[in-house]
Write a protein that binds this ligand. Structure first.
Ligand code: ATP
Ligand code: MG
Length: 223
């Protein structure tokens, strides 16, 4: 489904050049559920941002099915992202001034769907994530686990093929973490492909493959 080949990316920080991706290769198959671990600053979020089409590498190939994302301009990448990607970003990035329903519906705002169709779609993900009763609540009144579910619901609203999650259980207790993992497992059983960045071994062990990011590359961890 996805091939990354020899991705390179560096930042100029003052006089210094920091190489974040340094010839990274990765193959992701449709229906995979894979974890990416690695130290803080090793480039995990950078990699997810590239997979999402939010950021680009300096060089190398990003192929998604038959399409070369690495050849696309910003507009084309935005279209690609809208169509295929569900992104659960580090720290949720919900809009505090809007309620749960509005946050989840946000990606549909510029779609051609009618209000009724939007209502139906949001109702469905609310039910799937068991947060129907939260829909009118202001987002800044929710608990961490509730916010996480809203962030997942928003990522799912466009029915993406590829779900990217950056530290999705970071601040959650064990019980809530288990519930989130259960949601991910169900999505995976439905045929979704998931890439989960995590520091948490419990989360990683839930995935079929674990990769470790180091020195600008990822390598599988074999247990
Ligand atoms: N816009 C930027 N300008 C300069 N350096 C950057 C920029 N964005 C990221 N970096 C650097 O790139 C490296 C990788 O950052 P990244 O956020 O991908 O790490 P990470 O593995 O996600 O870390 P964490 O586990 O803390 O979230 C870091 O050294 C970071 O400081
Ligand atoms: Mg990060």
């Amino acid at each position: 489904m996805i091939t990354l080949k020899d991705l390179r990316k560096s930042y100029e920080v003052g006089e210094r050049q920091v190489d974040v991706l340094n010839g990274l290769d990765l193959e992701i198959k449709q229906g995979d559920m894979l974890a990416i671990m690695g130290r803080s600053g090793s480039g995990k979020s950078t990699l997810l941002n590239i997979l999402a089409g939010l950021d680009t590498a300096d060089s190398g190939v990003y192929q998604y099915k038959q399409v070369y994302i690495s050849e696309m301009n910003g507009n084309q990448r935005a279209q690609f992202r809208k169509k295929h990607i569900g992104f659960i970003v580090q720290n949720f990035a919900l809009i505090d001034s809007k309620n749960v329903f509005e946050n989840i519906a946000l990606p549909l705002r510029y779609s051609k769907l009618s209000r009724g169709e939007i209502r139906d779609r949001v109702d469905r993900v609310l039910a799937d994530l068991r947060i129907t009763e939260l829909q009118s609540k202001a987002v800044d009144t929710l608990s961490g686990g509730e916010m996480q579910r809203v962030a997942i619901a928003r990522a799912l609203i466009q029915n993406p093929d590829l779900i990217l999650a950056d530290e999705p259980t970071g601040a959650l207790d064990e019980q809530t973490e288990a519930e989130i993992l259960d949601i991910f497992a169900k999505l995976n059983q439905q045929g979704k492909t998931l890439v989960v960045v995590t520091h948490d071994q419990v989360v990683a062990d839930y995935c079929q493959q674990i990769y470790y990011m180091q020195e600008g590359k990822v390598a599988p961890i074999t247990s």
